[in-house]
Design a protein. Structure first.
Length: 190
């Protein structure tokens, strides 16, 4: 009898060790899945557009402007259109997407500032767009379903506006002190 109990204890220990090993192997896989959930604010096409413009900062900023324009147009359409069931949740979803995309844009602006990427030509467009977006985010009537999402979206928008305004000034100063090489029109753009 002692031998059988020892055998069952040994088998139970092996199962426990095997479960811990499997759990240890699967745990690192959870983090990428959580990171992918954060990117759900962007469609597959939008993610592809960002990949295509990764090495062209001005085009990437314009892509972000287009994505945020789409979200604000949808918020405006939902807020002014005929009432329908789920409208408030749809507005909440669009505002959450707006905040997420605006945060990503702000992160990109910080990187462009650190590495002195020349985006001077698109910054006035971005600043003008932030004013337009603020109006759109404030246009739906107050509702508890999306009060928090609106607050976060407006904070993200304020961060983008502030970053763009500061970046415009810092880029003017940087490129005045470090003028880019003249483009003679013969060399391909890198």
């Amino acid at each position: 009898m002692f031998r059988l109990d020892g055998l069952s204890d040994n088998l139970a220990n092996r199962r426990t060790v095997l479960r811990l090993l499997v759990a240890g192997l699967l745990l690192p896989l959870r983090q990428p899945l959580a990171a992918q959930a954060h990117d759900s604010a962007l469609s597959d096409g939008e993610v592809e557009k960002l990949r295509d413009t990764a090495y062209y900062p001005p085009e990437r900023v314009l892509a972000f402007i287009a994505f945020l324009d789409q979200r604000t147009k949808e918020i405006d359409r939902l807020g002014t259109g005929a009432r329908r069931p789920g409208r408030e949740q749809d507005i909440d979803d669009q505002m959450q997407q707006f905040a997420s995309i605006a945060d990503d844009l702000d992160d990109n602006l910080d990187e462009y500032d650190k590495h002195h990427r020349d985006i001077r030509k698109v910054l006035p467009k971005l600043i003008a767009a932030t004013e337009r977006w603020g109006t759109a985010l404030k246009s739906p009537p107050v509702h508890p379903t999306y009060t928090l999402a609106r607050k976060l979206a407006l904070e993200s928008l304020n961060d983008v506006h502030q970053s763009a305004t500061e970046l415009m000034e810092s880029q003017k100063a940087w490129f005045l002190a470090h003028p880019p090489p003249k483009d003679d029109g013969k060399a391909p753009h890198s």
